[in-house]
Design a protein around this ligand. Structure first.
Ligand code: NAP
Length: 473
């Protein structure tokens, strides 16, 4: 179930938000500690969905300013008024009485740790269970990705109704996966900016993009690993494809700061994953097999897990070459690549394979020289561009990418009557492409490469060649 917490500061505003939340949530939590003098009667009579009343004291990161007696009186009042649930912190002095005197109201007993996910989670769980709680709630802070596994394992083995989540950016994955493994509910924000705890995902995203209500046991998990991953839109694309092809699968962003921590336990959970910066090279040390093209390029952007065996691929090369071939032949054309990083490398190998006459230009000439040495092609500084004959220009530098959208990697005066492919997809049309279009060039946006390389990833993951007309970003 999706539970939306309401963090409004007045009773009336809380009711307004409850009405909005009712359209998305299965359950609603009113954080009555955010309201100065909460009118619980008014709030409870306005409910359209089952309601949790929570009144957290300041030591639990709550906002309740009154005395402990006043807080307990409000919790008792919530029970008398027929609240569906109350959330009581494990340290509450009156916990036993509240549990003993409950009637229809279910008591959630909660443990919060805003600093870490402690190693004695089982002990804390047992302590909460022994209080006679109807539902155990544990919310801890994730300092590393593997903290999520501690919490997810607890959910899997719990014989009691449990709500368990990791808070913080690194804990986001638990907010998606915990309910799929059996957590009673997951908290999701009404909208961005209305979170009651760090890391909450908007309810609409959880419901309509991740489709957490539609995922059944035995699901496959895929994802993107990288740092940062927050700007990547792959999860929108893949989850939409899973829906359209009716696959019981989910695609999640994993913010991987520490690849070793990730590699210890996550790959076995995943059926496959995409890799972005900065892990495309390092991931190669964690694999059982590497496709010959990826080996040649020296970077892996796709990993498939077949029965525990991890194989790495590079779909940047195939995606980019397919994109260019959609507009022009490559054989015997004069191709200039700007940049000599990971993307340049993948595309350069593809251009040589297709018989293009390649020159690599880069700000750091030594890097261009090194790559050109491997490929036996020409190289030089970016300023050489104006001297060169170019039929196909490919920008693989990050110049022109958001937020520096006003910049171009070379002077656009010389970009005329050629095919211009910018691998940048944010923005979709860079200054380079805009100017090239004015100068009678055929232009190709990075979004096309993104789509083609993602289609190839989807095929490797699922065996299905997707119809790229179904792609939505
Ligand atoms: P990378 O390995 O870090 O390489 C970055 C390249 O950009 C290097 O050649 C670097 O030159 C150059 N560069 C950076 N800042 C520069 C500046 N101010 N002036 C001139 N050159 C500059 O990165 P990457 O993984 O190859 O990614 C590069 C681009 O490809 C990104 O914009 C990314 O969005 C795009 N990309 C697109 C797709 C897609 O599907 N469309 C897929 C992957 C990547 P130095 O060597 O001198 O530092």
């Amino acid at each position: 179930m999706i539970c939306i917490p309401i963090v409004s500061e007045t009773t009336d505003k809380a009711i307004e938000d409850m009405n909005k939340a009712s359209k998305l949530a299965d359950l609603i939590e009113v954080r009555a500690d955010y309201i100065k003098s909460p009118d619980l009667k008014k709030i409870l009579s306005a409910r359209e969905k089952p309601l949790i009343i929570t009144i957290m004291p300041e030591q639990e990161n709550g906002k309740f300013k009154g005395t402990e007696q006043e807080r307990i009186a409000l919790l008792k009042q919530a029970m008398e008024l027929g609240a569906d649930y109350i959330d009581v912190n494990l340290g509450c002095t009156e916990l036993n009485n509240l549990i003993k005197n409950r009637e229809a109201t279910k008591v959630i007993v909660s443990y919060h740790n805003f600093e870490e996910t402690p190693s004695d989670l089982d002990e804390i769980y047992n302590k909460i269970k022994s209080t006679g709680a109807d539902i155990v709630k544990m919310a801890t802070f994730a300092n590393k990705l593997s903290d999520n596994l501690k919490v997810l394992n607890l959910v899997k083995k719990s014989d009691k109704k449990i709500i368990a989540i990791c808070m913080g950016q690194l804990g986001e994955i638990s907010r998606i996966l915990a309910p799929l493994y059996g957590s009673y509910l997951t908290f999701a924000s009404l909208e961005t900016g209305k979170e009651s705890a760090p890391g909450q995902i908007p309810a609409e995203t959880l419901k309509n993009i991740y489709r957490i209500h539609g995922i059944k046991p035995g699901f496959n998990i895929y994802g993107l690993i990288g740092n940062p991953v927050s700007k990547s839109k792959g999860y929108v694309l893949f989850n939409s494809l899973f829906r359209q092809y009716e696959l019981n699968s989910i695609y999640i962003n994993f913010q991987v700061v520490d690849l070793e921590d990730f590699a210890k336990s996550f790959p076995e959970m995943l059926s496959g994953f995409s890799i972005t910066m900065p892990h495309k090279q390092e991931i190669m040390n964690c694999l059982d097999e590497i496709d010959p093209n990826a080996k040649k390029i020296g970077a892996v952007n796709t990993v498939v897990n077949k029965g525990g065996k991890l194989t790495g691929y590079n779909t940047d090369m195939t995606g980019a070459i397919k994109t260019i071939q959609g507009k022009t032949e490559i054989h015997n054309k004069h191709v200039t690549i700007l940049g000599a990083g990971g993307t340049a490398r993948a595309i350069a190998f593809g251009i040589i394979e297709k018989g293009g006459r390649l020159t690599i230009l880069n700000r750091t000439v030594a890097k261009a020289e090194k790559l050109a040495g491997e490929l036996r092609c020409s190289f030089g500084p970016l300023s050489d561009f104006e001297k060169l004959r170019t039929d196909i220009l490919i920008n693989t530098t990050s110049v022109g990418m958001h937020p520096h959208t006003g910049e171009a990697p070379v002077s656009t005066d010389n970009v005329r009557n050629m095919v211009v492919f910018d691998t940048i997809y944010n923005p979709e049309k860079t200054v380079l492409l805009k100017e090239a279009e004015k100068n009678n060039c055929v232009i190709i946006s990075g979004i096309e490469m993104f789509i083609n390389q993602a289609a190839e990833q989807f095929r490797l993951f699922t065996g299905i060649q997707p119809d790229t007309r179904l792609f939505s970003l």
